[in-house]
Ligand binder design. Structure first.
Ligand code: CA
Length: 429
């Protein structure tokens, strides 16, 4: 059964602004709070949010095997557990209900009143309860840049990097949806020339431009997911800003890797764009040399052409786009990451989130962090309207966008936005 709603010629009876990220070809999934303070699972077309719980109660999903309360929940985890076949049936049905030629819901003013919301009537929540969060480090350009700065340009990549999709286990308790402000973290740093560490607010808060994928239940303890099947266990993708404190990171990361420099906040975009919606935007991923070990070898196109942008907006200032990158630059694919993650028998569950790692492109304007864009503070980035930045300052807002375009069809992720607030000092310190 194909993903019928991907046809670029398909049109909906709902208004869709030009260049919207959310035409009928997208149909993402999210969770929102309605004007009546009810939490529900929904989708979005144009600038309308659609209450899937209400649609289901009105019988619009009849014939699809779904429990009565599948959409009347505050997370998508159970729906994601239902598996790929059900996701596609539901997405295709939504495409039919809102098709321009379908007069069913279109002519029912009473139903439309309970199902449709304008965006200012809702508040987006985290779409899933994220059990485990893993962050990879899969952009060769990013790993090379960081290795050049922190170690040696001649040996920028660690010896394992071209053989293993390197990653670490992050922390899910501090993953927040777009719009949630983040405080500058307090912590230990060892300033240059200092002999002993200091305690205070981080002076080098950075963004990391990443994308993340959300999984369904993939395996049982002890069983690996074969690479050929890995994509079947990926529900969809979101934008991820993996906020980082570079000065804390530099002092703490040897020998066990990132800790408090990374887990004070990670922001994600609220609508999960499904892998079905992303199919038309598949591309080859960069070639891999040397060839990986057999359990990581795959055939076909497993990259995705997703254009990415980052803006910095100072308080009362105008936005400056500081980076333009693309998800297609990733060296390791999502399937390789998932196959590697489970090759030792590690369990992956519905609602787990896997970050790509910072997505840097080949040119200096496509780097995915301030660390690289301003090259460790040595090349300040100029802002429109005056001022410059080497890292993120208090009350700056960081906004990320991602979208795919091909043959006149466009889908996207909307915006991921977060404001950096001043540090909260512990009492008496
Ligand atoms: Ca990261």
């Amino acid at each position: 059964m194909p993903a019928n709603t991907n046809n670029p010629l398909k049109r909906t009876w709902l208004p869709v602004p030009e260049s919207s990220d959310f035409p009928i070809q997208n149909i993402p999934f999210g969770v929102f709070l309605t004007r009546d303070d009810i939490i529900t699972i929904g989708t979005r077309i144009g600038d309308h949010a659609i209450d899937l719980g209400a649609l289901h109660q009105l019988g619009y999903f009849d014939g699809i095997p779904l429990t009565d309360d599948i959409f009347l929940q505050d997370t998508l985890n159970d729906f994601i557990s239902d598996g790929k076949k059900t996701w596609r049936l539901v997405r295709n049905r939504i495409g039919e209900i809102f098709d321009r030629d379908n007069t069913g819901l279109q002519n029912r003013e009473d139903h439309k009143k309970t199902v449709l919301f304008s965006l200012d009537e809702i508040e987006m929540k985290l779409p899933v309860q994220i059990g485990d969060y893993t962050d990879f480090y899969s952009s060769k350009e990013h790993a090379t840049n960081v290795g050049s700065m922190f170690r040696d340009p001649e040996k920028a990549l660690m010896p394992n990097w071209l053989h293993i999709p390197v990653g670490y286990h992050g922390r899910s308790s501090t993953i927040v949806p777009s719009g949630t402000p983040v405080h500058r973290p307090m912590g230990q740093t060892l300033p240059k020339e200092a002999k002993t560490p200091l305690f205070g607010p981080s002076k080098r808060v950075d963004f990391e431009l990443e994308m993340a994928f959300i999984t369904t239940d993939a395996n049982v303890l002890g069983e690996a997911v074969p690479i050929e099947e890995a994509e079947d266990y990926i529900f969809g993708m979101v934008l991820l800003n993996d906020w980082s404190a570079r000065d804390i990171q530099k002092w703490e990361y040897v020998p066990l890797g990132p800790f408090l420099a990374k887990n004070f906040a990670s922001s994600i975009s609220p609508w999960i764009v499904t892998m079905d919606a992303l199919q038309p935007f598949r591309v080859d991923s960069p070639g891999q040399s040397p060839e990986p070990l057999p359990y990581l070898v795959q055939q076909g196109e497993h990259g995705f052409d997703i254009k990415l942008e980052v803006d910095i907006t100072p308080e009362n200032g105008e936005p400056t786009t500081v980076s333009r990158s693309n998800f297609k630059y990733m060296y390791w694919t999502m399937a390789q990451q998932l196959a590697h993650h489970t090759v030792n028998g590690c369990t992956v569950n519905s609602g787990d989130m896997m970050g790509s790692g910072t997505i840097s492109g080949p040119t200096p304007d496509s780097y995915g962090s301030m660390l690289e864009l301003a090259w460790q503070g040595t090349k300040p980035v100029q802002l429109r309207g005056g001022g410059e930045r080497t890292f993120i300052e208090d009350n700056d807002t960081v906004t990320m966008r991602g979208y795919c375009e091909k043959g006149g069809a466009r889908i996207g992720f909307g915006e991921l936005s977060g404001k950096l607030l001043p540090a909260k000092r512990p009492k008496g310190k």
